[in-house]
Write a protein that binds this ligand. Sequence first.
Ligand SMILES: NC(=O)C1=CN([C@@H]2O[C@H](COP(=O)(O)OP(=O)(O)OC[C@H]3O[C@@H](n4cnc5c(N)ncnc54)[C@H](O)[C@@H]3O)[C@@H](O)[C@H]2O)C=CC1
Ligand SMILES: N[C@@H](CC=O)C(=O)O
Length: 472
Amino acid sequence: MYHDPDLHPAPAPLPAATHGMGISTLRVGLIGLGTVGLGTLELLARQAALVARRAGRPVAVTQVAVRNVARARSLVPAGVAVHADPLALATDPSVDVLVEVAGGTTGALQWVQAALAAGKPVVTANKALLAEHGPALAALARAHGTPLLCEAAVAGCIPVLKALAEGLAGNRILALQGIVNGTSNYILSRMQDAGLDFSAALAEAQALGYAEADPALDVGGGDAAHKLAVLASLAWGVPVPLAHIAVQGIAHLQAADAAAAALLGGRLRLLARAEPLGTLLCAHPQAEPDTPPEALRLSVQPVLVAQAEPLAAVHGVRNAVQITGDACGPVLLTGAGAGAGPTASAVVADLVDLARGHTARAHAWAASQQGQPAASAPLAAEPHLLRVPLDHADERAARSLLPAVLAALEAAGVPLLRLQRLAHGGRLHWLLRTRACSAAAVQAAAAQIATLPGVAGPCTALPVLGTLADLV
Ligand SMILES: NC(=O)C1=CN([C@@H]2O[C@H](COP(=O)(O)OP(=O)(O)OC[C@H]3O[C@@H](n4cnc5c(N)ncnc54)[C@H](O)[C@@H]3O)[C@@H](O)[C@H]2O)C=CC1
Ligand SMILES: N[C@@H](CC=O)C(=O)O
């Protein structure tokens, strides 16, 4: 049970409800019966004996609340009550734990608040809710001594919140970076490996149950930003407003970008990255260990990742989070980032911890939502790739454009490292690789170059992580 030593007595496992022959069952009320809800229902049923042994008591879904009651009745076993009113379920005294896996932030906020206020623990997979309403929910959880657990909200099955709050609790965190949106990684992998176009790859991800109800959250980078806000809060113990995260999605990437990545020996990845300003200062032995960072540099953006980097080897729906601690160094956690089974795995792990009375990370998360956010730091200078699509497949015409392209780079203060050519889609593209420079400078150069006669529309600018093969 969530335990605030200032407000509450020592933690105890959840009170046992007695069922049948005196066997106490943790009675779960589930809101939402889509990909994650059905996955959770199915996993709890399939692993009932194993979960009961590990939790010390049976854990069973006893009630569900859904939009379509008739459909739900055909999906749940006999004995599971089906309701149309999630709010009633959230406060029903015969429900021990609320599992919110419906999504959205309006209804979900109301239901989760009602459950917490009624002293009912909550498990949620809803990162949008946590990122948008974290401080209010944490205040309620603290006030009522009620745990809110949310492992499934970040990186699918990967126990990354547990790692941050518990396994790495002795470290100052120096940096976080990772792939935290399964849909985007699936799309980028399919574009590069199978030559699919963006829409076909997105349709596959939706059919597999990876995407949000509104897939713009996935491909626009919003979902990864929600997850980064939760991760960075836990890592540095401060609230992280979404407005502090620089967000760019993948919807503008084209098949030619995947071809450029392949030519250069890299992979396109949507990376979520966070680091405190003045990492070395934060790690200084004389720095107060628990001092919150003055500023956090936070971004979600597509990046060209060199093949030798561990994140380049994370394909398809897989996610990975690399956490660098001052004592442990880099730790890489990887696994399926979306889908019914992997997400249910994390929901069930939270339920088992609740049954055991082990809710250390609920405490850590609630504590992280208090106080003032750190300031927002500008993005770091780093090498970039700029792809310039040309009107022609004709080499001589392409060369004639070069002086104007290079002048635009120079005017924006972007230092050129290497110039290459890509033939793709019946046209030539210039691939301009830069030395470290600001994203703003590259974007300014890209905007200027796109206006030149002979350039075929917008240019793509991508930061480059690691050393591409030809520079090793
Ligand atoms: N699909 C995935 O792989 C993952 C999803 N999540 C999160 O889990 C949550 C659920 O996601 P999915 O299962 O994919 O969504 P989904 O769209 O497949 O299912 C949502 C279910 O909730 C129900 N629902 C929505 N609003 C409702 C309301 N007002 N009253 C009653 N029922 C309502 C819908 O009818 C649907 O059955 C979201 O917060 C999502 O971000 C988290 C990790 C992975
Ligand atoms: N839409 C999300 C689902 C899991 O959080 C994703 O693709 O990662």
